[in-house]
Design a protein around this ligand. Structure first.
Ligand code: UDP
Ligand code: MG
Length: 319
């Protein structure tokens, strides 16, 4: 049986670019079907993320014109990550594999052939990785690459230069559905699910039309969401900083006591300095300790699965 592929595409105010790229997606699906790699029931699933322009009308027209196109419309704008998730969750019961990709033509759709090949070789997740960023401006490239470096430094493991262009199998999506968290950072969460994964490389193009919805401010907030939803490292930094301040305070206390002994001080200075040093050190360490517990509570509230079984040597009872 050939796998049914759903290409999941989030769209937000994309009326300029959709008429151009939808044709390319359609051709891609047809060519993959012709090459015998995927089932002829494969489709392109658009997710309209509460667009304020004609995007949803275009999607409806497309789905009337061709069987390849389907669409879902979110009740309001929920942001890129939520839109992708909505599409993936919708698709998971209808297909065997999904590929998520932006609708602006920036990611090379020809990488899909290799992605599907990798799936057929037995990989469950295939990450699309940008091999170079020549077409991005220096500023975009610099901020984007710093983004990945800072993320990894802060303990949120992400595949370098991989955005949300990836193939995910139905199997992984079914397990991923058990991750109930509200703060989404898909590219950091999918690796948590595990299973066999690999990467394919492609060149990133310029946007075909329309404008980017990811200005620096949104990128920063995505990075912040990513770090805080995947890692409690920032809390550790506070604890570490607290210990450092406590050590310095200890030296400060010694210094003020010695100064007092040698009589170089005015009345009250040594006691004030001692109290100040002591309290500031204790305060920061305490904050760090409380933070550790808050961090634990935070991770508990996500109720992520504690393990996922990939294979058994025996048949499961209910299957
Ligand atoms: N997008 C979305 N909801 C939003 C913002 C963006 O669904 O609130 C979609 C958008 O239509 C596009 C993808 O997410 O398909 C990536 O957005 P964009 O190309 O603007 O980001 P960039 O590639 O510049 O980082
Ligand atoms: Mg884009």
């Amino acid at each position: 049986m050939k796998p049914v592929l759903y290409i999941v595409i989030p769209c937000y105010n994309e009326q300029e670019v959709l008429p151009i790229t939808s044709v390319q997606f359609e051709e891609k699906v047809h060519s993959l079907i012709e090459k015998g790699k995927i089932s002829d029931k494969s489709k392109v699933l658009f997710v309209n993320d509460g667009s304020k322009d004609k995007t949803w009308n275009i999607i409806k027209d497309l789905s009337e014109r061709s069987d390849v196109f389907e669409g879902i419309c979110l009740s309001r704008n929920r942001g890129h990550q939520n839109a992708v998730l909505a599409g993936l969750m919708e698709a998971k019961d209808l297909c065997d594999i999904t590929i998520s990709i932006d609708c602006d033509g920036q990611d090379d759709i020809n990488a899909m052939d290799e992605m599907v090949d990798k799936y057929l070789e037995g990989y469950e997740v295939v990450y699309g990785v940008r091999s170079k960023r020549d077409t991005d401006t220096f500023f975009k490239r610099f901020t984007a690459e710093s983004f990945y470096k800072i993320m990894n430094f802060m303990g949120a493991e992400v595949v370098f230069n991989h955005a949300d262009y990836r193939l995910i199998s139905k199997r992984v999506l079914q397990e991923f559905a058990n991750f109930h968290e509200v703060n989404l950072f898909l590219r950091g969460m999918i690796p948590l699910v595990g299973f066999k994964s690999t990467s394919v490389y492609y060149e990133r193009h310029e946007r075909l039309a329309g404008q980017s919805h990811y200005p620096l401010s949104k990128m920063l907030s995505l990075a912040f969401d990513g770090i805080t939803s995947l890692s409690v490292k920032p809390i550790r930094f506070i604890t570490g900083f607290g210990v450092l301040v406590a050590l310095l305070s200890f030296i400060g206390v010694l210094y003020s006591l010695i100064s007092k002994l040698f009589g170089h001080t005015v009345d009250g200075w040594a006691s004030m300095t001692c109290i100040l040093c002591f309290v500031s050190g204790v305060q920061l360490i305490s904050l760090g300790v409380i933070g550790e517990y808050v961090g634990k509570i935070y991770l508990e509230t996500k109720q992520r699965p504690r393990f996922i079984i990939a294979e058994r040597t025996y048949q499961e009872k209910n299957s």
